[in-house]
Design a protein around this ligand. Structure first.
Ligand code: SF4
Length: 384
């Protein structure tokens, strides 16, 4: 049986020629070739075998996520580092923005490269996530006792060998103040073969360890992917999913509902639905905030609360995640709150009687939590 490395090396598609051979040259006309090559020069191209096998027709939801297009060159208001992660990088491979957690980029590569990737400026380029510069990252993490949560990301951390991963995890676990470790990985979707019994046995030695995976369409929950997720769950690893709202991929309530329910069945708790970031080269994936709110309205009340993730915008410029909710409240006074439920039926909740303090606006400083006002930072984003 082939190893996961052999599967990836021997059966992935990595060139325009191989794409044309597999799906037909008519989808990659000569007049587009030069610009397509430019798109591939701008951002690495590889589609892993399971993703290749999932493509049914050109421009279907899987195709759209992985096949380069000339639209990637049409930059309107996209930003290269849309979340300003580099601004908050004190040493190579670390982004430290929020008081108690840090992002640690441990791998420059992924099994497949998603054309909408927020970190496309770095991912696929070993020079930009240097594997030789971990020491300064460990020294930084050791010195900053306020960091209790480290998010390993990249690229995809599960693309590292078991041995390398184990060395990193062991070093992190040796730092007393690091309470939890998270891994952001799209491997269960992109290359389920990678989730071997050996990997699971090794990972389970480093609890509390969480994995946030990334699925965008219900078709991605193949039997192999579900089996891989089951193995990780059996190793005691709590699994979450970060989904990106993508035009032409999952921007309907029906698809999103099916995905969220499918994830739960696969023992994965939907964690976030992100608005697609304003990243240069991926603007054709963006849809409206209103579309996202409509989807959230189709989930809340209509299916298990467990299948309702947070819907967030990662604020451009590094402002952190801001949750968005459909509007349920019609009016809000000192006496009562009037709202509608998920069916649109109107209800009234009476406020407690007696003198009540005047209602303050949410922007009032009283509503803001500032543990350390001077150091206030914004949340990190898992990758993959
Ligand atoms: S979204 Fe995740 S898996 Fe996809 S290319 Fe970016 S880092 Fe890799």
């Amino acid at each position: 049986m082939s190893t996961w490395q052999e599967v990836l090396k021997q059966r992935s598609i990595t060139s325009l020629e191989a794409l044309a051979q597999r799906f037909g040259p008519e989808h990659f006309p000569p007049e587009h070739q030069e610009r397509l090559r430019q798109a591939i020069d701008n951002f690495e191209f590889r589609i892993s075998p399971p993703m290749v096998d999932l493509i049914q027709t050109p421009d279907d939801p899987i195709w759209r996520q992985y096949i380069p297009t000339i639209q990637e060159l049409e930059v309107v208001d996209g930003i290269v580092d849309s979340l300003s992660e580099d601004r908050d990088s004190p040493v190579p491979n670390i982004t430290h923005r929020y008081p108690d957690r840090a992002l640690f980029l441990v791998s420059p590569v992924c099994a497949s490269y998603c054309r909408f990737c927020t970190r496309r400026r770095k991912v696929g380029d070993p020079e930009k996530i240097p594997m030789s510069q971990f020491e300064s990252a460990f020294v930084y993490l050791e010195a900053h006792r306020e960091i209790r949560d480290v998010i390993m990301s990249g690229g995809d951390p599960l693309m590292l060998s078991d041995r390398r991963l184990e060395l990193i995890l062991a070093r992190l676990r040796a730092i007393e103040h690091i309470e939890i470790i998270r891994i952001g990985s799209r491997i269960p979707c992109h290359l389920p073969e990678r989730v071997t019994p050996e990997l699971c046995a090794m990972l389970r030695r480093f609890h509390p360890l969480f994995i946030n995976t990334h699925f965008n369409h219900p078709d991605e929950l193949t039997p192999a992917a579900v089996e891989a997720l089951g193995k990780l769950a059996d190793a005691g690893i709590p699994l979450g999913c970060q989904t990106v709202l993508l035009k032409g991929v999952n921007d309907t309530p029906e698809i999103m509902l099916k995905l969220m329910q499918g994830l739960l069945k696969a023992r994965v708790r939907p964690y976030y639905i992100y608005m697609a970031d304003q990243v240069a080269g991926a603007e054709h994936f963006r849809t409206t905030v209103d579309t996202g709110l409509r989807i959230m309205k189709a989930l809340r009340g209509w299916t298990s609360g467990l299948a309702n993730p947070h819907f967030v915008i990662d604020a451009p410029g590094g402002g952190g995640k801001v949750p968005l909710q459909p509007e349920y409240v019609e009016s809000f006074t000192e006496d009562e709150v009037v709202f509608r439920n998920f069916r649109g039926e109107r209800y009234v909740y009476r406020q407690p009687r007696g003198p009540a303090p005047p209602r303050k606006h949410l922007s009032d400083p009283e509503y803001l939590f500032e543990a350390e006002p001077r150091k206030r930072k914004t949340p990190e984003r898992d990758s993959a």
